[in-house]
Design a protein around this ligand. Structure first.
Ligand SMILES: NC(=O)c1ccc[n+]([C@@H]2O[C@H](COP(=O)([O-])OP(=O)(O)OC[C@H]3O[C@@H](n4cnc5c(N)ncnc54)[C@H](OP(=O)(O)O)[C@@H]3O)[C@@H](O)[C@H]2O)c1
Length: 321
């Protein structure tokens, strides 16, 4: 039995602002609806979208303060709603819920719909599982659903040294694609090579189009774009006629339309089947999860300062319990 307190510690904001507005709060532990589970968190992911929301970007609805950021994490089920059958108290789970109505994951406890949580995938501990729900679903759904990569396809993954890209490279390889990647900095290039990309080019200084031509004569079949801007236009130049480009919403600036190229944007979606597919891919790929730094819950503002500095190779996480 896990004894659930009434009050918990959370990193929250009372107004929008810089990293300094993110401070430790004492807040009520969320009360469960029948279809929800309460997770005692071990690890929470820290992503660029958390910083965007802290700074005042709001996806929909009206913000309510105090606001607890955080879209994902992992921990142990502390309580289940009366209609939940699939998960039990004591199960170790990882979970993704964007703009969760009962508060985010920068907290000791989070209440999420049961279909937004799933048992830990084989081969990952709580820390690594807690780092990947958002980025893992985004990477896998980019590879499988948006681009529908098949064995033998060639794909260019742009921005492969970040949270989503480090996982997308491994999932694309798992599907049998030939993977060319752009990464940031020589350390980013080295990391993405170690993760299994067939060829890697530095994305700010390298010649993306020339590297693609050496890799495949007529251009790549597909691009997964995880960074926007001028170099993304070069990635479009590197596509073959009739090729396709997919990007998760949030890439700024988004790619412009181009004749003969299919461009799709998408959002990561949680769900029972989605997590089953992710768990299967994680196990089969023997997924490696690069974690650039770990912060305590009390250091959430520091974690956001680190995000703002940029050049995070892989992912940042908060260690909670
Ligand atoms: N809609 C959704 O459901 C959803 C879900 C998850 C993520 N997203 C979006 O997807 C994007 C990627 O997320 P993420 O967590 O992977 O972000 P991230 O960790 O910041 O990764 C982006 C990577 O691209 C690199 N990069 C930037 N410019 C480059 C260039 N010219 N060449 C090569 N690499 C370059 C960055 O390196 P430096 O940091 O060194 O510049 C960074 O490593 C974000 O825009 C995010 O908002 C959307």
């Amino acid at each position: 039995m896990i004894k659930i307190p009434q009050i918990m510690r959370a990193a929250a904001i009372d107004r929008f602002g810089g990293p300094e507005v993110l401070t430790l709060h004492s807040l009520p532990v969320p009360v469960l609806d029948p279809q929800e589970v309460l997770i005692r968190l071990h690890t929470a992911g820290v992503g660029g979208w958390d910083a965007d929301m802290r700074g005042g970007w709001w996806p929909e609805g009206k913000p309510r303060f105090p606001f607890v950021p955080g879209t994902d994490g992992a921990g142990t089920i502390a309580a289940v709603g009366s209609r939940v059958r699939r998960l039990n108290i004591g199960d170790e789970v990882y979970a993704y819920s964007f703009n969760n109505p009962k508060g985010g994951f920068y907290a000791e406890y989070v209440a999420v719909p049961a279909n937004c949580a799933a048992p830990l995938p084989e081969g990952l501990d709580l820390k690594r599982a807690g780092a990947i729900p958002t980025t893992g679903l985004t990477a896998l759904q980019g590879v499988d659903d948006a681009l529908q990569l098949k064995a033998g396809d060639t794909v260019l993954i742009h921005g492969a040294s970040g949270g989503v890209g480090t996982l997308a490279v491994q999932f694309a390889k798992l599907r049998g694609a030939r993977v060319l990647a752009t990464a940031s900095g020589e350390d980013g290039v080295a990391l993405v090579r170690r993760l299994g990309a067939d060829a890697v080019v530095e994305g700010q200084t390298g010649d993306i189009v020339a590297t693609v031509r050496l890799f495949t004569r007529y251009g790549v079949d597909a691009v997964l774009a995880l960074a926007g801007g001028k170099q993304l236009t070069r990635c479009l130049d590197a596509l073959r006629k009739g090729g396709r480009l997919a990007y998760p919403n949030g890439i700024e600036p988004a790619p412009r339309k181009r004749n003969g190229i299919e461009i799709l944007s998408y959002d990561a979606v949680p769900g029972v089947d989605e997590f089953r597919r992710l768990g299967d891919a994680v196990a089969r790929a023997r997924l490696r999860v690069p974690i650039a730094a770990t912060f305590k819950l009390t250091e959430a503002a520091k974690a956001h300062e680190r995000l703002a500095t940029g050049h995070v190779l892989g992912k940042l996480v908060l260690r909670i319990h």
